[in-house]
Design a protein around this ligand. Structure first.
Ligand SMILES: [Zn+2]
Length: 247
């Protein structure tokens, strides 16, 4: 399979990396606790000015429309900023984020995002991207169930924990906690890719064109900045075909 990320990344780095890097490195992390809303608005003005200096057509180009390369379904965690970690700029990634990157069957919000991405924007790839050190996953693994909306939401991620527990068996108790969480983070991504594949919008799209959209499962490592691929499109298509052949 032609795995297009390398080509894609190189193209976007040329166009977008420099302005983004400049804008993001301008504020030391120590300022973040004391940064006011007005400070952020000032940063916005400085950022817009910096973009125009590098590329005078930067904003006017975006008015014409968007043709994002992929749909990103990620965690709301502030450390996992999709465009930055892919070195992309505006117009290149269509994004949905929620706690623990969950695809819930009854979530009209994510359903609308996916429908627009698939039927209107016609994105060829959909990525579910989890991340290590995910607070949502840790909460889903906690002995004491989190209350309120977060607890209800994380019931879905709880299934990933159960599957990991079944797979690891006695080894779970001898495993460092961090390593255990990494297993659950990866399993949660696989689970959400599976949920995605069950949605009628995706199944209908595959009837029209079996090769699109391709579904992918990634995990972002916040300690290194690198993405681990836990499931690529080809792998998943094969699995679906195998499942279908059993029926
Ligand atoms: Zn998270």
């Amino acid at each position: 399979m032609d795995f297009p990320y390398g080509k894609f990344m190189l193209q976007t780095i040329d166009r977008c990396a420099a302005p983004l890097a400049q804008a993001c490195s301008s504020t030391p992390s120590s300022d973040r606790n004391t940064m006011s809303v007005n400070d952020l608005l000032q940063r916005n003005r400085e950022w817009a000015e910096a973009q125009l200096k590098v590329d005078p057509e930067y904003f006017s180009r975006h008015v014409e429309g968007q043709k994002p390369r992929l749909l990103w379904i990620g965690c709301s965690d502030s450390r996992v900023a999709a465009e930055q970690l892919l070195n992309c700029g505006p117009g290149e990634v269509f994004i949905h984020r929620n706690v623990a990157n969950v695809v819930a069957y009854n979530d009209i919000n994510i359903a609308a995002v996916i429908q627009y991405a698939v039927e209107v924007l016609k994105v060829p790839d959909i990525v579910i991207c989890g991340h290590y050190e995910c607070g949502g996953v840790k909460a889903a693994c906690a002995k004491e169930v989190t209350t309120g909306y977060i607890g209800d939401w994380l019931m879905i991620t709880g299934w990933a924990k159960r599957w990991v527990d079944d797979r690891l068996g006695w080894r779970k108790d001898r495993m460092p906690k961090d390593e255990y969480y990494r297993h659950v983070v990866e399993e949660n991504v696989l689970l959400q890719v599976k949920h995605l594949s069950h949605l009628s919008m995706i199944r209908e799209a595959w009837k029209r064109d079996p090769s699109s959209p391709r579904l992918h499962g990634w995990v972002y490592d916040i300690s290194t900045g690198l993405i681990k691929v836990v499931m690529d499109g080809m792998e998943f298509e094969n699995e679906v075909k195998e499942e279908e052949s059993k029926h």
